[in-house]
Design a protein. Structure first.
Length: 95
């Protein structure tokens, strides 16, 4: 089992100390980079009272992206299942 390593990340000008698996570090850093980029993007596009507004907007965006990916995967699984059923039906007809 891998040992957890300490990592400090900065989100919206606040630092957070985390302990993660070494193999998760690259994904974590890319995620933090995306979050901070989205915060900057929302700050330039929308009026907000404070940083919490932008963090909340990014949270909604990120959750929506995740849910959309799940829905797309379910759709792909559904299509694959339907194609498999059609394939079996065709094979039965060709026998």
């Amino acid at each position: 089992m891998s040992e957890l390593i300490p990592v400090t990340v900065i989100i919206a000008n606040r630092s957070y100390r985390l302990r993660i698996l070494p193999e998760d570090e690259e994904v974590l850093r890319k995620t933090v980079k995306t979050i901070n980029e989205k915060i900057i993007e929302f700050k330039t596009q929308f009026a907000g009272k404070d940083m919490q507004d932008y963090v909340a907007m990014v949270l909604v965006w990120f959750a929506t992206e995740q849910n959309a990916a799940i829905v797309q995967q379910v759709d792909k699984d559904n299509i694959a299942s339907q194609l498999h059923t059609i394939e079996r039906m065709l094979e039965d007809q060709l026998k």
